[in-house]
Design a protein around this ligand. Structure first.
Ligand SMILES: N[C@@H](CCC(=O)N[C@@H](CS)C(=O)NCC(=O)O)C(=O)O
Length: 223
């Protein structure tokens, strides 16, 4: 395990930060967490990060960026690997982690959609992704009995739907019972629960309401 103190530069709502926190918890790796305001990025952060995005992991004098790279690093420095040993399976997992990032992009497109047509286009894109996942997931975790980096990558994406479901009827999991079971298992996993603060659902809801988007208007109407 790394003897170097590590600091994760974070944002309370960032799903990519959650991935790193889930992996750190699963691996028993200690991280100091520091939240920053992404609307007013500190100069020291911009000087360290080539992309200006969270998460950023400071390890000694090094600053690691991109959640996939950070998660693999955290996985490699402590025993009980979450990534498969077999290169073919590992490559397959990397592909699905990228797919999870695409899903996060579609979720951002959904909550930011300016009108009903754009909202429906993103809803439909997400339904397509979930149909693909329904064919791929083994259960209880993505690839069977072992929790992997793929699970850590999807858990923050599924968490959005817990808040969305309370406000709008999307019906995204109606035809995907295996994904729905996987999503429920992830939501009950301690590392996933602990990756956000207790006020996360309320903060996310406030964020959705303040977007000035189609979703914000749907939520205002439902209130
Ligand atoms: N590909 C990156 C995405 C990270 C990302 O988009 N982070 C968002 C917050 S969740 C961010 O920092 N946004 C600020 C910006 O783009 O200026 C990763 O996997 O780490």
């Amino acid at each position: 395990m790394s003897a170097q103190p590590m600091r994760l530069i974070s944002h309370p709502l960032c799903p990519y930060v959650q991935r790193a926190l889930i992996v750190a918890w699963e691996k028993g790796v200690d991280l100091m967490r520091m939240d920053i305001d992404l609307a007013r990025k500190p100069d020291w952060f911009l000087a360290l990060s080539p992309t200006g995005k969270t998460p950023l992991l400071q390890v000694g004098g090094e600053a690691l960026f991109e959640s996939a790279a950070i998660c693999e690093y955290l996985d490699e420095i402590a025993p009980n690997r979450l990534h498969p040993e077999d290169p073919l399976r590992r490559a397959r997992h990397r592909g699905w982690i990228e797919f999870a990032s695409g899903m996060l992009g579609d979720i951002a497109g959904l909550y930011g959609a300016p009108d009903a047509a754009a909202f429906e286009a993103k809803r439909s894109a997400l339904a397509g992704r979930i149909a693909q996942l329904e064919r791929a997931v083994a259960g209880p975790w993505f690839d069977g009995d072992s929790f992997s980096l793929v699970d850590a990558a999807f858990a923050p994406a599924f968490r959005y739907f817990d808040v969305l479901d309370r406000n709008v009827r999307l019906g995204l999991f109606d035809a995907a019972p295996r994904v729905d079971d996987w999503r429920a298992a992830l939501a009950a996993r301690p590392s996933v629960i602990l990756a956000v603060a207790r006020d996360y659902p309320a903060r996310l809801e406030t964020f959705f309401r303040g977007r000035g988007s189609h979703l914000s208007r749907l939520m205002a109407r439902a209130a």
